[in-house]
Ligand binder design. Structure first.
Ligand code: FAD
Length: 372
């Protein structure tokens, strides 16, 4: 990808987002024209190949753009993560006709979200009860998904369910009869990300909504989608840390107490040093995971888990540190560090909580034979 197309993508994001993130957060809503504008330029899923109308960014450039969006607005970045995760799942599991049909819609401005979680299946997705059945030449989908990011804006949902002895993923238009979308009220953070619970009451789908056939391995399906989602969330956390670093350094340079700028007080300087370190660690961890992705190395699955785990933890600590540096100046709802503080906490929960990431990483460690 040429560096000028990356720079151009950042400029477009800046011109469309501007300084509106605070008002979007307070309203709990992203304007539909913003999603249409960014989506219609392929910027919500920049990794989609040019053949399908996408920008054809590699994972590293997609990640850098995700961090750029995340530094301005975590809600918008969350929608971008969902759209990218849906697109990646379709690209990996769909046949040529499905890729052309669905990916072209996503790069033309339609919004998509991905539904795994259910009321009784959060960390343990093997417990999902959503069911996909065949009925003549149609499929029937029944069940419910919860907390689906961007579902309130979505035209399409990629939904995972049990199918026969295995599992399957289907693409569901939200306008289908039997689909009910209920927005999650007052989320802690990413308030404008359009989180919603979705009910599927015997939703009839055509055969071409089935991605990659029936009776597949649920773990394989979910890992395909989550690997993209985890890396995207991790880069979003890098964005959160960059916005915190920008706010904390700006404030510490200009705010004076005890006759000198906060920056000249060593305990404030220590807080800023910790923030800088957090941003570097998170960035390096994301860069490594994206390099693994771009080189198609098998380690990319574990590298994405580690990047998400490391970046989310640092974003939570870094955002708390930034609020401390700004104190009352940062303690207003909607302001960048206040948003960062709320938004970052959710990043330890989604796409596999920190504990689930630790379990995956520990399994990796136990399966390896380390020689010293
Ligand atoms: P639980 O699974 O009930 O876990 C509760 C706590 O117990 C957690 O701290 C967890 O880490 C811990 N825990 C669970 N099992 C273990 C274990 N074996 N060992 C140690 N600790 C354990 N879902 C979607 O399908 N699509 C989305 O787009 C989406 N977006 C989301 C956005 C936000 C902001 C949030 C909050 C959630 C979203 N979710 C989405 C749901 C998310 O994936 C789940 O919340 C997450 O998987 C955790 O499940 P849970 O909330 O049911 O917690």
């Amino acid at each position: 990808m040429a560096s000028d197309s990356f720079a151009e993508a950042c400029e477009i994001v800046d011109s469309i987002v501007g300084d509106q993130a605070e008002s979007w957060d307070l309203a709990g809503l992203l304007p539909s024209r913003v999603l249409a504008d960014l989506g219609g330029r392929g910027l919500l899923c920049p990794q989609v190949p040019e053949t399908y109308g996408g920008l054809g960014f590699d994972s590293s450039s997609t990640g850098r753009l995700t961090a750029h969006v995340g530094a301005r607005c975590s809600s918008l970045r969350s929608v971008m993560t969902s759209q990218g995760m849906a697109a990646w799942t379709i690209q990996r599991l769909g046949d040529m006709a499905q890729r052309h049909a669905y990916l072209s819609e996503l790069t033309a401005g339609k919004v998509a979200a991905v539904g795994f979680s259910e009321p009784d299946a959060g960390s343990d997705l093997s417990a999902i009860t959503t069911r996909i059945k065949r009925d003549g030449d149609h499929l029937v989908l029944s069940g419910s998904k919860v907390w689906v990011t961007a579902a309130d804006y979505a035209d399409l949902l990629v939904v995972f369910g049990q199918f026969g002895d295995g599992a399957a993923a289907v693409v569901v238009p939200t306008a289908s009869p039997g689909v009910t979308v209920t927005k999650v009220a007052d989320p802690l953070g990413c308030r404008a990300a359009g989180h919603a619970d979705v009910e599927f009451d015997s939703v009839r789908l055509t055969e071409n909504s089935l991605l990659g056939g029936s009776a597949q391995s649920l773990q394989l399906l979910v890992t395909t989608a989550l690997t993209y989602g985890r890396l995207s969330v991790a880069w979003g956390c890098v964005g959160i840390l960059r916005s915190c670093l920008a706010e904390a350094t700006r404030h510490a340079r200009t705010r004076e107490q005890f006759g000198k700028p906060l920056a000249q007080h060593q305990l404030t300087a220590r807080n800023v040093a910790e923030l800088l370190t957090a941003e570097h660690i998170a960035t390096r961890s994301c860069e490594y995971a994206s390099q693994c992705w771009d080189a198609k190395r098998p380690e990319m699955v574990t590298a994405a888990v580690m990047a998400k785990y490391v970046s989310a933890q640092h974003a939570v600590r870094g955002a708390a540190t930034a609020v401390q540096v700004l104190a009352s100046a940062g303690a207003r709802d909607g302001r960048p560090v206040a948003r960062a503080y709320r938004d970052a906490k959710l990043m330890e929960i989604i796409e596999g909580s920190s504990e689930i990431c630790q379990l995956i990483l520990a399994e990796q460690a136990f399966n390896a034979s380390y020689q010293v």
